[in-house]
Design a protein around this ligand. Structure first.
Ligand SMILES: [Zn+2]
Length: 173
């Protein structure tokens, strides 16, 4: 068969698509399915042809029947291979869609994280700060020093600055 040795399939494939890992094996399955279907049809055709033209002596009936069964089996194999090809193709498309969705979700998560968690040094831009009762400094809400403080209340950073408090040297709000 010359089909197996034709390695130039990729040269006339046009502009290269983005990488699809399942494409090459899927194509092999497609070729195998076509070959099986054609072979099965040919065997069936030859079998029926032989039955129609010959007088069908009883001694040859087993051969014709087995030939027909072989043709049917080849057709079945080809059909299964074509079905497998369709499944592989759908799976490849699904995988690509999933990759895109995952990328979009990651982008979304990064955007959310950037929007909600304060960047170092810019916490007082929009977030609240925490003030302990009697303290002279204000903190980020997650500051370690607040764990031992009492009477902690949130405040807007502008209020804390107006109250004459200084930013904590540990968390640097
Ligand atoms: Zn602090």
């Amino acid at each position: 068969m010359g089909d197996a040795t034709s390695g130039g399939e990729d040269q006339h494939a046009g502009p290269p698509e983005p990488a699809r890992p399942a494409q090459r094996p899927a194509r092999l399955v497609l070729y195998a399915g076509c070959v099986f279907v054609v072979l099965g049809a040919a065997v069936l055709y030859l079998g029926y042809n032989g039955m129609a033209t010959n007088e069908l002596p009883p001694a040859q009936a087993p051969y014709l029947i087995s030939g027909g069964l072989t043709g049917l089996a080849l057709l079945l194999l080809g059909g299964m291979a074509l079905f497998l090809y369709a499944v592989l193709q759908a799976q490849s498309d699904l995988r690509r869609d999933l990759r895109q969705i995952r990328g979009a979700v990651e982008d979304l998560a990064e955007g959310l994280a950037a929007a909600t968690s304060p960047a170092p040094g810019s916490a007082s831009a929009n977030g609240t700060v925490m003030i302990a009762r009697g303290a002279r400094s204000y903190h980020r809400p997650e500051c370690q020093l607040l764990e031992r403080a009492q009477g902690v209340r949130p405040a807007a950073p502008d209020d804390a600055a107006l109250a004459g408090l200084t930013p904590c040297r540990v968390c640097r709000p």
